[in-house]
Design a protein around this ligand. Structure first.
Ligand code: CA
Length: 168
């Protein structure tokens, strides 16, 4: 867990037109620690999402002036496929929920929500994203081709073996 303690602050974009909620989120997410950027309308939010990345997470309100959260999420997914998105909405209909998840939100909360719970969920998204990144790196590195045991070394790909540096 040492790595987590020394990890650089995460960058989180909050797109929410209710300034009180936006400020509250900024305050609490900032303690993760995270550097939080606020946008108060959909167009500005999408602009920031596209040009100021990479972001570690986006918290996105559904009802926004300019461009609504669903359209924003769709555009974001088309261009920045992997950023975790947590969607917020004042409307608690099943349709919103399904649409939000279908358009690529990773999680979903209905207002009024508990800030503590929201922070916990963002944390979970960040953790999931970094695990995915670790797994991707491991796949990119490929399986180790050289096995070593005592004085014996075997290269499985080249089908060669050495005993005390003498090839067998
Ligand atoms: Ca709103």
């Amino acid at each position: 867990m040492t790595a987590e303690l020394h990890a650089p602050a995460r960058r989180i974009l909050v797109i929410e037109d209710d300034r009180d909620i936006a400020e509250l989120l900024s305050l609490h997410l900032g303690e993760l620690p995270a550097q939080v950027t606020l946008a108060f309308d959909g167009r500005q939010g999408l602009g920031l999402a596209m040009t100021r990345g990479p972001w570690d997470a986006v918290v996105l309100d559904l009802g926004l002036p300019g461009l609504n959260g669903l359209d924003l999420c769709r555009e974001l997914r088309a261009q920045a496929a992997s950023v975790p998105v947590l969607m917020l909405t004042a409307r608690a209909t099943e349709l919103d929920r399904v649409l939000g998840l279908e358009l690529g939100a990773d999680d979903y909360m209905t207002k009024p929500f508990s800030v503590v719970e929201l922070v916990a969920r963002v944390k979970a998204l960040l953790r999931r994203a970094s695990l995915t990144a670790v797994a991707r790196d491991a796949v990119a590195a490929g399986p180790a081709s050289v096995l070593a045991a005592g004085a014996l070394r075997i290269d499985r790909l080249q089908r060669r073996a050495w005993l005390r540096d003498q090839e067998l």
